[in-house]
Each structure stands twice: as structure tokens, then as C-alpha cells.
Design a protein. Structure first.
Length: 193
């Protein structure tokens, strides 16, 4: 006798929809566990600008120094100096002239502003003179006088452009300032229009 053929049993299959829902459920369970672990510390954090409520008692902190120190001797405190600083370097002076380059027409006057500043306590008289040269032919020396302290001091010197000087020439000038064994030279130029 023949045995009837037995149908092979196929293993149960899971539909793709069920697999998708199982994955989503697994992710939600993991997220819930993570949220349960992280949520309490997040809830106790206070927003910026608000005070954190305190309940219970705060234990008293004890501070122990890293090493034992015995007080040392105190150093005397010297008063702050209120006098002006002592000069450093030899006494001297500087002369600043404005303008150093100028132009003007014949018969006009150009005003030079000369400022003398003392350095390191300089307090000597300063004699000044202007030497002007044009075309290596015209040469004029002008005594600007003797300047006396106190410094700083500003002197205005009006320079008259002679009417017979031809237009277009440039007059080169040197102001020599001498005082206390020091000589300073400052160069100027003036173009005649």
C-alpha cells in the first residue's frame, strides 16, 4: 500500500507590515527607556535668570589650605611720589616749524609758526636766524632774535616775499637755533608764484 504524499509544512512567514511595526515598537521602547533615564536631570535644571529652589540643609564646607603658612614679616609701604619724574638724558630742545613747504606771490607775506620745546630741564636762551637762498645767487640772512625760557614757546615770523623776485623760483631756507651749546637746523622751502 502506498502512503499518501505528505505535504511539506512551510515555516510561518512574517508579513512585511508586521516586521515594520515590530521595528517601530522596538525603537519606541528604546527611546522610552532613554527618556526615562535622561528626563529627571533635565527637569531639575532651571531656566537662565531664575533661582533654583533649595530644600533641606546644605552641608557646611570645610576648606583646608594646601599647606600651613605662618604669617611673615610685613614690608613697609613707601608713599607714592608726587613730584615730576627726573629728566633722563642731557638737556636739549626741539624746534618745529609749520609750514615747512609753502608758496606765495611776490609782495605777499607767508607766516611761519615756530614752536620751541625744552627737553630734560633745558632752560637756556636760544638765538635764531633764517638764511634764505634762491638760484644760488640771492642770499638773505634774517636775525629772528633771542628766545628766552620758559618753554614751550611759539613764535610767529612773517616772511615778506620781495617784489623783484621772479615767479617760479624756489627759496630754500634754513632756520638755525643755537642755545646751551646745542645747534638745531630746520629746512624750509617757499615757491614764488
Amino acid at each position: 500500500m502506498e502512503t499518501p504524499p505528505v505535504a511539506e509544512e512551510s515555516p510561518p512567514t512574517v508579513s512585511p507590515d508586521r516586521r515594520k511595526w515590530a521595528t517601530i515598537a522596538f525603537v519606541l521602547v528604546i527611546a522610552g527607556i532613554a527618556a526615562a533615564a535622561l528626563l529627571p536631570p533635565l527637569l531639575t535644571t532651571t531656566p537662565a535668570g531664575q533661582a533654583n529652589p533649595i530644600s533641606g540643609t546644605i552641608p557646611q564646607a570645610t576648606i583646608t589650605p594646601p599647606f600651613n603658612r605662618t604669617p611673615g614679616p610685613t614690608l613697609p609701604v613707601s608713599p607714592v611720589a608726587t613730584s615730576s619724574p627726573t629728566p633722563s638724558g642731557p638737556p636739549g630742545f626741539t624746534v618745529t616749524i609749520v609750514p615747512t613747504e609753502a608758496s606765495g606771490a611776490r609782495g605777499e607775506t607767508v607766516v611761519y609758526h615756530m614752536t620751541i620745546e625744552a627737553q630734560n630741564g633745558f632752560s637756556e636762551n636760544i638765538s635764531m636766524q633764517l638764511e634764505a637762498t634762491a638760484l644760488f645767487v640771492i642770499k638773505k640772512t634774517v636775525d629772528l632774535g633771542v628766545q628766552q625760557p620758559p618753554y614751550p614757546k611759539t613764535i610767529d615770523y612773517p616772511f615778506f616775499i620781495p617784489a623783484d623776485w621772479p615767479p617760479g623760483i624756489t627759496i630754500d631756507g634754513v632756520v638755525r637755533s643755537t642755545g646751551g651749546g646745542i645747534t638745531s637746523e630746520d629746512r624750509l622751502s617757499l615757491t614764488v608764484r
